[in-house]
Design a protein around this ligand. Structure first.
Ligand code: ADP
Length: 498
């Protein structure tokens, strides 16, 4: 596997228009004037110098969001008015899909085709889905004992802080911002320091769509400064965080120690993908490859423990190897390319160190295992077999193109082993037997179980974790709950005939 002849020349020539903070509807420098660089992971070249916000900038952004919430039009608009602006936003995402996808390619190392035709489309559809919810937020009428009538109001929670990771900023922006907008919230967004560019472009689109000033604010910066200022802010009413379990602890602690703001956390995973003897073996191999190699394995939902029943183990591994070897690296703008570089240097080194641990720990390296080329954070798609539950590569989230394969004998055994993890995000089950599928689906402690499919996401399907994969659900109407308060209003009824 080698680099495509065309390289990625587009990345060095692409004009980056938005690099500042976005506060109260304007692109502004940080108060300190500090900046940081963002790097193209396929060339290791600096793409842009970006304004670096810290606590004082977060304070300004929160002030704007607070004012927009307390006195601005957004929470007071009718649901239809919010819906219409969100629909315009969705149309602008589609009109600018090439630009958004290009920013994701050059800032995140994603291959163009999947981001352009999947992640960006999902983003605009997510806006449309939640636009459709904006005018359907209702309460209930309560049956009270005695002569009291009561009802509930569902009010926007207020100013929300969104802390976003680097593995899919376009998609993540829509996932978090669309339901918050539908609910009538205002917000401060802290993109990951490795990948700020798409979120800034979205901020620009929000203005074109007619989102009022102060409703969406973006403060680029580092986790320990800008991120911590968001999670600990006394004037932010709720925080959503997607990222590592390690930082999830810190965010929740900061929220608790400041103003007890509610948090929702979407954290790490080590998802089992269980292939039974009776499975469609070709499909299983294809999905095991996809489930670990899409987005270079940088997915919290990666199928990162592939359990294979012993009767088909060896045939499955052969087929998996064939599929993995089909993954194509090259010019990220070539539509046939589906493998890209790891998102950043630190992640690249981390994945290579997991590969070393796999080798030293006694797993068998079937294919891959090495960096590719001299430039860019590329790593070969890698398969390990003879992986046992106690090995580091079976326990820790690798977040890279590495597929650990484990053998099992019985359904009881595999359920126990699949659940023996601190995580509980997703699971896959490959079988033609409905009883096996049902038993495993109900036994796995995870937020999603995917039977004879994988990487199945939809704006209508709630996504979130059990255990240390976090809590709260994103997508689906369930996502609105993070952004709404329930208020009960009661009053006495005198002289009512009923
Ligand atoms: P990863 O480990 O995959 O890089 P992180 O969980 O560190 O992911 O980062 C996810 C997001 O959380 C990023 O926007 C990052 O800047 C932010 N972050 C990191 N540390 C903190 C922190 N202490 N408080 C708040 N946010 C943080």
């Amino acid at each position: 596997m080698g680099l495509g002849a065309n390289g990625s020349s587009k990345s060095t020539t692409h004009e980056i228009k938005f690099t500042k903070l976005f506060i109260n509807g304007e692109f502004v420098d940080s108060i300190s004037g500090n900046t940081f660089e963002t790097v193209n992971p396929s060339t290791e070249e600096v793409l842009a110098t970006v304004a670096e916000g810290r606590k004082e900038d977060v304070d300004l952004a929160v002030k704007a969001a607070r004012e927009a919430f307390d006195n601005g039009p957004w929470p007071r608009l009718s649901g239809e008015a919010r819906r219409n602006i969100m629909l315009k936003f969705a149309d602008l995402i589609d009109e600018n899909a090439d630009e958004i996808a290009t920013l994701e390619v050059i800032d995140c190392g994603k291959p163009f085709a999947p981001v352009r035709y999947s992640e960006v489309t999902i983003s605009s559809e997510t806006f449309r889905y939640f636009a459709g919810a904006a005018d359907k937020i209702r309460g209930a009428t309560l049956k009270m004992s005695s002569n009291i009538q009561a009802y509930t109001l569902r009010e926007p929670i207020g100013v929300v802080g969104h802390i976003i990771p680097w593995n899919g900023p376009a998609y993540m922006f829509a996932t978090k911002v669309a339901p918050a907008l539908a609910a009538g919230c205002t917000m401060v967004i802290k993109p990951a320091e490795q990948t700020p560019l798409t979120v800034l472009f979205y901020a620009h689109l929000s203005k074109l769509a007619g989102v009022p000033d102060g409703v969406i604010n973006v403060v680029n910066g580092f986790g320990k400064t800008a991120g911590a200022a968001v999670s600990s802010h006394m004037d932010i009413d709720a925080v959503t965080f997607t990222g590592s379990t390690e930082v999830g602890h810190v965010v929740m602690q900061a929220a608790a120690m400041s103003n007890l703001k509610p948090v929702s956390l979407e954290l790490g995973g080590k998802s089992p993908f269980i292939v039974f003897d009776d499975a469609d073996i070709d499909k299983a191999a294809e999905l095991a490859a996809l489930g670990n190699l899409v987005n270079k394995g940088e997915m919290c939902v990666a199928a990162s423990r592939v359990f294979v029943q012993e009767g088909i183990h060896d045939v499955f591994v052969k087929k998996l190897e064939e599929r993995v070897k089909e993954w194509r690296m090259g010019d990220p703008f070539d539509l046939a390319t589906n493998h890209g570089p790891q998102n950043n240097k630190q992640q690249y080194e981390k994945v290579l160190s997991y590969i070393e641990q796999g080798k030293k720990g006694g797993a068998t390296l079937v294919t891959g295992g090495k960096p590719i080329g001299k430039k860019g954070y590329y790593i070969e798609p890698t398969i390990f077999t003879d992986v046992t539950d106690d090995m580091t590569i079976a326990k820790e989230e690798i977040f890279g193109p590495v597929i650990p394969v484990l053998k099992f004998k019985t359904i009881e055994e595999v359920i126990k082993r699949a659940n023996a993890t601190i995580y509980g995000l997703t699971a896959g089950v490959m079988t033609k037997n409905i009883d096996i599928a049902n038993t495993v689906s109900r036994s796995i402690r995870a937020g999603a179980v995917l039977v004879n499919c994988y990487l199945v996401f939809d704006r209508d399907a709630p996504h979130g974790g059990y255990k240390m994969s976090g809590f709260g659900r994103e997508k689906g109407l369930e996502a609105l709950e993070h952004y709404l308060q329930v208020k009960m209003v009661a009053s006495p009824i005198y002289d009512s005939p009923w």
